[in-house]
Design a protein around this ligand. Structure first.
Ligand code: UTP
Length: 407
C-alpha cells in the first residue's frame, strides 16, 4: 500500500491522525506503518458506540446429555472417537493468545508453574492429558497452538526448551492470532509509536480465521482433518480430543459439541448452553433473568443448569462455511499505552480506551446444532483465572490433588 492509498483508507474511517508523524519517519518505519494500515480492519471501530453483543433473540433451554446417559453408551462412543483419531480426522487447537491479566504473571499463562514439589506447568498438564489419548488411540494427534504477537516467541521457545513435554513435535504447530486496532472511547486509534498503531489480539473467536490466514487450513484440508477440538489454556484437568466426547457428537448427528458442567449455583459465572431462536447459543450468567433461573426441565431440574467450559468440537466443514461471517463484537475497556499529542509515551494506570474482541462461544450460535455433553466438574474443570480465590491456582491445585496428580 502506498501513501495515497493509506491516506484514503484512513480518511474513510476518520483516522488521519495516524499519519501525523509520517514525514519525520525513516523509510523503514514509513513502510512498516503503511503495511500496518493495509492489514488492519478499521471498520470495527464504529462499534465503540455500540456493543453488538446484547441483542439476543428468544431464549429456550437446551437439554444436556448427562453423565448417566453418557455412561450407558461410553464404550460405543469411545470406539467411534478412537477410530476418528486413528484415521487422523481429529486435531486439537489450544487457545493461548490471551493476556492472562487476572493471573498477573508476566509470562504466557501456560508457562505458569502450579507445582509444589516439582515443576508442573499449565502447558505440561495439557500435553500430559493429550498424551493419555495418544496412548489410548496409539496415534498422534495434531495440536495447533494459537499465540498472540505479544507471546508467540516466548511460548514457542518454552515448548522447545521443555522438549515439548514428551509430545511429538512434528505434530505441534504454533500460529499467531490476528490483531485489531485499539482505540480511545471515541473510536480513534491510539498510536503506540509514531510509526505504529496500538493493537490488541482480536479475541479467542478469531482462532479459525487466524488459522486460515496462517495457511493452516491447507494442512487441515490436505490431511483430511474433519474435527477440531478447541480449548482454553487455563483448565488443567480437561480432557482434550476426548474420544467419548467426539464419538457422542458424531453418533448423535451433531456438527458441534460443547463440554458442559453442572453449575454449582445459578449464579456461577459460566455461560449456559441454550437455544436462541431455535439455534444453539450461550446465555451468559449475567444475562440470565430471574425467570430463567427459576425455569425447570421435564424432570423438575433447573433448565439452564449446564455451563460451558471452553472446550468445544466443531466439524471443519461448518467452520469453513461460517468463517467469513462477522461474529458479535465485544467492546472491552482496556489500558492502552500510547503516544500523546507531544509524541511522549504514556502508560496509563486506568483504562483509557477499548479493545475489540470476538469470542469462540458466539460461534456456537452460527452452527445448526450442538451437543451439550456433561463432564464431571470435579474431574475435568479446574480453571486458573486468578492467583487466589475462585478459579485460582489454589482451587486448581486442590482439584489436581483429588485426581491423583502429583504436584
Ligand atoms: P480469558 O477470557 O480467560 O482471557 O481467555 P485471558 O486473556 O486468558 O485472561 P484475562 O481475562 O486477561 O485474565 C480464555 C481463553 O481464550 C484465550 C486465552 O488464552 C484462554 O485460553 N484467548 C483469549 C486467546 O487465545 N486470545 C485472545 O485474544 C483472548
Amino acid at each position: 500500500m502506498d501513501y495515497k492509498e493509506a491516506y484514503e483508507k484512513l480518511e474513510k474511517y476518520g483516522q488521519l491522525h495516524v499519519l501525523k508523524y509520517y514525514d519525520e519517519l525513516t523509510e523503514d518505519k514509513k513502510n512498516t506503518l503503511l503495511g500496518q494500515i493495509a492489514e488492519l480492519d478499521f471498520s470495527i471501530l464504529k462499534y465503540c458506540k455500540e456493543n453488538t453483543t446484547n441483542q439476543k433473540g428468544a431464549i429456550a433451554p437446551l437439554a444436556a446429555m448427562q453423565l448417566p446417559e453418557i455412561e450407558k453408551s461410553k464404550e460405543k462412543y469411545t470406539e467411534i472417537g478412537l477410530e476418528e483419531i486413528r484415521k487422523g480426522r481429529v486435531a486439537a487447537v489450544l487457545l493461548a493468545g490471551g493476556m492472562g491479566t487476572r493471573l498477573g504473571s508476566e509470562n504466557p499463562k501456560g508457562m505458569y508453574d502450579i507445582g509444589l514439589t516439582r515443576p508442573v506447568y499449565i502447558f505440561q498438564r495439557i500435553i500430559e492429558n493429550m498424551l493419555d489419548v495418544v496412548r489410548q488411540a496409539d496415534a498422534w494427534i495434531h495440536l495447533f497452538v494459537m499465540t498472540s504477537d505479544k507471546n508467540h516467541d516466548v511460548t514457542e521457545a518454552f515448548f522447545e526448551e521443555k522438549n515439548y513435554f514428551g509430545y511429538n513435535k512434528d505434530y505441534i504447530r504454533f500460529f499467531i492470532q490476528d490483531v485489531v486496532p485499539a482505540s480511545d472511547y471515541e473510536g480513534k486509534v491510539y498510536m503506540e509509536e509514531k510509526w505504529k498503531i496500538a493493537t490488541s489480539p482480536n479475541g479467542n473467536g478469531g482462532w479459525f480465521s487466524s488459522m486460515n490466514k496462517c495457511g493452516l487450513l491447507d494442512i487441515i484440508r490436505k490431511d483430511g482433518i474433519e474435527w477440531l477440538n478447541v480449548f482454553a489454556v487455563d483448565n488443567v484437568l480437561q480432557r482434550i480430543a476426548d474420544p467419548c466426547f467426539i464419538g457422542a457428537t458424531i453418533a448423535n448427528g451433531c456438527v458441534a459439541g460443547a463440554k458442559v458442567v453442572k453449575k454449582n449455583s445459578p449464579d456461577e459465572r459460566v455461560g449456559a448452553l441454550c437455544l436462541e431462536d431455535g439455534r444453539p447459543s450461550i446465555v451468559e450468567y449475567y444475562e440470565l433473568t430471574d425467570e430463567m433461573k427459576a425455569a425447570k426441565d421435564a424432570d423438575g431440574n433447573a433448565a439452564y443448569d449446564f455451563g460451558v467450559i471452553l472446550n468445544y468440537i466443531f466439524r471443519t466443514r461448518e467452520l469453513e462455511e461460517i468463517m467469513d461471517s462477522q461474529l458479535p463484537l465485544h467492546v472491552v475497556k482496556k489500558q492502552i499505552p500510547y503516544r500523546n499529542e507531544d509524541g511522549e509515551y504514556v502508560e496509563p494506570d486506568a483504562p483509557n480506551g477499548y479493545k475489540y474482541e470476538t469470542l469462540v462461544l458466539d460461534m456456537i450460535h452460527q452452527v445448526d446444532n450442538c451437543l451439550a455433553y456433561e463432564v464431571d466438574r470435579y474431574k475435568e474443570f479446574a480453571p486458573i483465572k486468578n492467583a487466589t480465590g475462585i478459579d485460582s491456582v489454589e482451587t486448581a491445585r486442590e482439584l489436581c490433588k483429588k485426581n491423583g496428580i502429583e504436584l
